[in-house]
Design a protein around this ligand. Structure first.
Ligand SMILES: Cc1ncc(COP(=O)(O)O)c(C=O)c1O
Length: 404
């Protein structure tokens, strides 16, 4: 693959999608409620629910929509406070603002997981719901989270956008909280260009979400689930029209059977690169929690002993020159994963731990399709870049300029 890592290239869409897409192109039936039953979107919902082992799934046009509908389906009121980790993508606080609620940020540690002390303290601040964003597929302590929230009757929504295939004590991430939300945006485990899924075991939540997603009139009858609850909610809820279209569903559904292979290869790739990086005194890949079996398609690591931002930027520049694009969450201007850029939620305080992590945490995509030579190339470039910056820093008078 060298000299440049093609970490943004997608896998081809499985051949099996072609026949269904051809039918859609021929008959133009792209709207999910056009057919009386068994549309490609309905088939995707059915297959995804079976894969996750849950009774109910609703396909929508993005994970952001799934998160928004989750909050609405839980019946949250305008101004309600919703706890989220301070390390996530701006889509998460955005969906909360969109639902008229107020995001409250909880600190995240150097291992990218929620700081449970801060979580417990902030739960006392009149929190009405919690969204656990398993950011970059790093699972926070779900046992502790569920116990703390259960004791207070606070519902948990799992943002599993990056966690399709991750297991927590053998349970699928996304099935532990009251609602699980997934993304099929192109850089995720299943690629629909755009798309999302909401799963739950609660018939009222699915009925409310189905209607609000845009099942106007009696279109809910095309969902073979929770009909008594849908009938009850008929005409009582606003419609937000966040439906998935048939073409996206046709593209996504055949990828479900690819997930186990992608998860297995993604984890092996990640662990191979992690072992190489952890051999360096300058790089550290935090270990997973004991209960966690991860499904990574990217790798995150912390720079150790990099005292100045300039050093970090020099590392980033060097890796980039060697063909490996590295994102340092806190250092790129207007980064959507740096909480201080979410100006739309107002100022946030006391998140120094998360801020410190974001200033040294690096992010490299590591899609499952990469082979051993690609992985070694990526790890080699990162190791060399770190060593070069630190060596230059030790020897030269103005080392960073020398590397610039
Ligand atoms: C952690 C996280 N949650 C939610 C989302 C929203 O996903 P979507 O783009 O499908 O709305 C993203 C998007 O990348 C994300 O990174």
């Amino acid at each position: 693959m060298s000299p440049k890592a093609d970490v943004y290239d997608a896998e081809p869409i499985p051949e099996a999608a072609r026949a269904e897409i051809e039918v859609l192109l021929a008959n133009g039936d792209l709207f999910r409620y056009r057919a009386a039953a068994g549309s490609p979107v309905a088939k995707l919902e059915d297959a995804f629910a079976a894969f996750m082992g849950v009774p109910f799934a609703l396909a929508v046009n993005s994970c952001s929509s799934a998160l928004f509908l989750s909050l609405k389906a839980l019946g949250l009121e305008p101004g309600d406070r919703v706890l989220i980790p301070a390390f996530t993508f701006s889509a998460v606080p955005s969906s909360i603002v969109h639902a008229g609620c107020q995001p409250v940020l909880v600190d995240v540690g150097a291992n990218y997981r929620i700081d449970m002390r801060d979580f417990e303290a902030k739960l006392e601040e009149d929190i009405k719901a919690v969204v656990i964003s398993h950011m970059r597929g790093h699972t926070s302590d779900m046992d502790a989270i569920m116990a703390l929230c259960g004791a207070r009757g606070i519902p948990v929504i799992e943002d599993a956008a990056h966690s399709l295939g991750t297991l927590w004590s053998g349970r699928r991430i996304g099935t532990i909280g009251r609602i699980g939300c997934f993304s099929f945006q192109s850089f995720k485990m299943m690629n629909g260009g755009e798309g999302g899924m909401l799963i739950t075991e609660d018939p009222d939540i699915i009925a409310r979400a189905v209607i609000m997603s845009g099942a106007y009139e009696h279109n809910w009858k095309q969902h073979p689930i929770a009909h008594d609850r849908c009938r009850f909610w008929q005409n009582k809820l606003p419609l937000y029209n966040m439906r998935m279209n048939n073409l996206s569903a046709a593209v996504v559904r055949p990828q479900i059977e690819e997930v186990p292979r992608r998860v297995r290869d993604g984890r092996a790739n990640h662990d191979h690169v992690a072992a190489l990086l952890n051999a360096s005194p300058w790089l550290e890949v935090p270990a997973p929690l004991e209960q966690e079996l991860r499904a990574p398609d990217s790798i995150q690591f912390n720079l150790r002993g990099f005292d100045s931002d300039d050093e970090v930027k020099a590392f980033q520049r060097r890796a980039n020159e060697k063909g490996v694009p590295v994102q340092v969450f806190g250092l790129s201007e207007d980064n959507a994963r740096a909480f201080w850029n979410w100006q739309f939620i107002g100022p946030q305080k006391n998140l120094e731990q998360t801020r410190a992590m974001l200033m040294r945490a690096c992010d490299v995509r590591l899609p499952a399709r990469l082979g051993r030579a690609d992985l070694d190339f990526i790890a080699g470039a990162l190791l060399e870049a770190a060593a070069a910056v630190k060596k230059a820093n030790r020897t030269a008078g103005d080392p960073l300029r020398a590397l610039a």
